[in-house]
Design a protein around this ligand. Structure first.
Ligand code: ADP
Ligand code: MG
Length: 272
């Protein structure tokens, strides 16, 4: 949190982004924000407020039926969306990667974890199989998975849900994307594991200068992980600010409500 690793130039820039699933019912309304290189932004808000839609919209991966109704997205010098013209090719996976709550369940059941891992790494980096295997072992070890070699020799069915999810998160991080979009990546895990995986993930991001937008319904996780916190309510980004400012002096009544639901949160002693 609050590392001095960010530059001042905007890096990801989102302007007036709007998305709807059905005519007349917007799921994102005029979302605007920018992000600095290596920054971690936590997005919180109640279920149905548009968090998943936002994070998917950034990478052009809207669910079936979702439509851009306006806005612009640029990433560095690359226009991703303008006037509904979309240009995500070459960006997905390598420069911008995504992890979902159930990413672990997308592992191929009929191939060993290691062969999938090595293939994904080699699709991104010019490496021998042996070098890619070594990188896989190191990233799994960074996620503090006990026996990386054993994990790599396993099939998905031989791992617990938590192990699969940790493996999938480690795999996404191993590809060293510039920006990682994470949609509730740990909410299917038990609370202790959630905290572990989150702190390992933030270390991986800090090491590589990877920026992250982390969607979570858990304000405490956002407060621990993020440089800035954004709050979504009913398809709008109603608040966005430095983590300390948001938790100590929230501007929006809804943010205050979210904070009041987390009594143990440090800095939650805002004026009432
Ligand atoms: P969150 O992730 O904050 O729970 P979502 O982005 O999933 O919110 O949903 C925002 C709104 O968009 C909700 O009203 C939801 O019903 C609607 N929505 C999400 N996905 C779809 C879909 N595939 N088809 C139609 N409506 C959807
Ligand atoms: Mg969601």
């Amino acid at each position: 949190m609050m590392q001095l690793r960010a530059e001042t130039t905007p890096w990801l820039e989102v302007k007036d982004l709007s998305v709807s699933y059905k005519e007349g019912i917007p799921s994102l309304r005029d979302i605007s924000f920018s992000m600095k290189q290596g920054e971690i932004i936590g997005i919180v808000g109640e279920s149905g407020s548009g968090k998943s839609t936002l994070i998917r919209a950034l990478l052009g991966l809207l669910p079936v039926g979702g439509q851009y109704s306006g806005g612009e997205i640029t990433f560095r010098d690359w226009v991703l969306l303008r006037d509904s013209q979309q240009n995500w090719r070459g960006m997905r996976g390598k420069r911008i990667a995504m992890v979902f709550q159930d990413s672990g369940s997308y592992l191929n059941p009929i191939r060993s974890i290691g062969s999938q891992y090595v293939e994904a790494i080699r699709a991104h980096f010019p490496m021998s199989r042996k070098e890619a295997w070594g990188l896989a072992v190191r990233t799994l070890a960074r996620m503090e998975l006990d026996d990386p070699e054993r994990v790599l020799h396993s099939y998905a069915s031989q791992l617990s849900g938590g192990m699969k999810q940790r493996t999938a998160i480690a795999m996404a991080a191993a590809l060293e994307p510039e920006l990682l979009l994470a949609d509730e990546p740990t909410s299917a895990l038990d609370v202790t594991t959630q905290n572990e995986v989150m702190s390992q993930l933030s270390k991986l991001c800090a090491d590589k200068g990877t920026g992250m937008i982390l969607v979570t319904h858990n304000m405490a996780i956002a407060a621990h992980m993020a440089d800035r916190i954004g709050v979504m309510l009913d398809s709008r980004l109603v608040e966005l600010g430095d983590t300390l400012r948001v938790i100590s002096n929230p501007e929006h009544a809804y943010t205050r409500k979210l904070l009041d639901a987390v009594p143990e949160l440090e800095g939650n002693k805002h004026d009432q």
